[in-house]
Design a protein around this ligand. Sequence first.
Ligand code: ME8
Length: 633
Amino acid sequence: METLDKNTYYITTPIYYPSDKLHIGHAYTTTAADALARFNRLRGKKVFFLTGSDEHGQKIQRIADEKGLSPKAYVDQIVATFQSLWNRLNISYDDFIRTTNKDHETLVQRIFAILYEKGDIYKSSYKGLYCTPCEAFWLERQTTDGKCPDCGRPVEEVEEESYSFRLSNYSDKLLEYYKTHPGFIQPEASLHEMESFIKSGLEDLCVSRTAVSWGIPVPFDKKHSIYVWFDAVINYLSALGFLTAQDNRYQSFWPADLHLVGKEIMRFHTIIWPAILMALDIPLPKTVFGHGWLVIEGEKMSKSKGNVVDPNLLIDEFGADAIRYFLLRDITFGSDGNFSRDALIRRINADLANDLGNLLHRTSSMYEKYFPKEIPELAEELGEEKDLADFAAQIILEFETAMDALEPHIALEKLWTLIRRTNKYLDTTAPWTLAKNKDYSRLARVLYSVGEVLRIVSIPLSAVIPTSAAKIRAQLGLPKDCFWQEAKIWNGWEEDKRIIKAEPLFPRIEDEKETKDDKQNEVPKEEEIEFADFLKVHLKIATVLTAERVKGSDKLLRLEVDLGNEKRQIVAGIGKAYEPDSLIGKQLAVVTNLKPRKIMGFESQAMILAAEDAGNLAVLNPEKLVKAGSIVG
Ligand code: ME8
């Protein structure tokens, strides 16, 4: 049954096992779901974003036993860590469901009883294999060397009286449903995998255990507890008040728009769960998306390898927004991805500190410098602004399309082309020259246009890096809350507003490990040489941190530059060719081992390389961004 678009959006994450603290893999799914939830709220949709914890089953029972705690006491402790992580990561869930909630337990029992009455569940016995970490039943033929085909860990033999669900009856119906509902299973590769799983033969599913006491009792046969996966998938309905007097959430939000899960649990979400829904005769979720598996520096995460990444530590070090951005930008959604510290630092430095942070910082500095009091009337727009406006409009459309296609990595890639283009716009319109020529109304137009792009960009960013987007908006004098339509307007920022200067949005990260390596490779004391010894010159790339004129000289600029593992002051005679502001954030080739020289009272600790063409100076900078301190040679 199809439903009309009700302008609602129901998105879920898996409910995670509180068998241990969560790691970066869980944070990945939940961050993606959060960005989609926030994006749909921006578009005026009524969103219900659900996450939670899957608390029953053999795995939890065993761990609690090992710890000498009751399962409930154990999961209570761990679930508190889930909620604290989600708060730190700015996860805007609307409800957190725990499968030990009374309402959930009641619904699971009711559904079990309904399916028993209908004949979809029947009493039998089970003899086969079981993987406790995955809480999954397997047949002999599905395992290799007694190992679980999903996680590769050993399976156990199980022989119990049990209740079974007639899953085998649903093979054809499921295959037919997949065919008539393209997009139900995404990505495409997952669809093919599910089809061949069904075609290899579906057996009825064991849905109760007698050997496991930590579970919801079968209502009419209390020595059985309900199989944890049957219990777990029903969370998507119990959170909506399904089959209760307060089912208005169910009425508004079912069927779910998107169940977002990791690829390893697609089988439960696209075969077992839909078959249960078909047996209940209620509509199926619109899409189940199985994203890829995160590995750490190329290796599978595991406790025994000791490479489990704790998102809390990453948040402590880099902040929630940087982690959120990295996960959504760096990993192709739907494919497996690699989490590496180096890649994270590269993204923070290049995309967040350099492209976005610098655009905001440069422009706010220029507002402060050129218009400390009043902002003059803005000059008419020229072609450059019209082009920028068209480009921004195009990017906003592309961002929307990519998010709807569940491609956040592409959405962000597009958005950054706008940010980079705006940096270029600043370079080519050269506000410093406009200031020099006292063309203040044109200058005001240029700065305003950058502010306008930042206003637009802050709207999609509020879905991805909400804290930073709110900071950008505060600097622009805008409220934290925003709406998607506002991203489609040009010149929506008020003309008398300015960008207020603030702390850098994302400070550059100097990676300690790299710095240490660099130090080891460094000659302890640089050899000081005369100019004649030019061939011994040490050349490096420096990033300009600050630039100002030396008082009393129209030629000299005093720069502070970053050389990777140190900062230096440079006094350079490039003041006629460059306005100081135009150099901030730029990378320059410098000589680092000339004897320091005092120039007009300032020590110059390096020399900028510049080409001179009949008095016209041009500094040398690398053709693409490199790490500050990179050796030129
Ligand atoms: O399976 N890379 O819970 P779970 C990417 N309780 N995502 C990962 C990941 C990794 N390395 N590791 C975990 C369960 N995840 C059941 C779900 S739903 C009704 C019941 C994410 O704690 C990914 O979303 O084992 C995966 O599907 C989920 O965590 C598994 O979490």
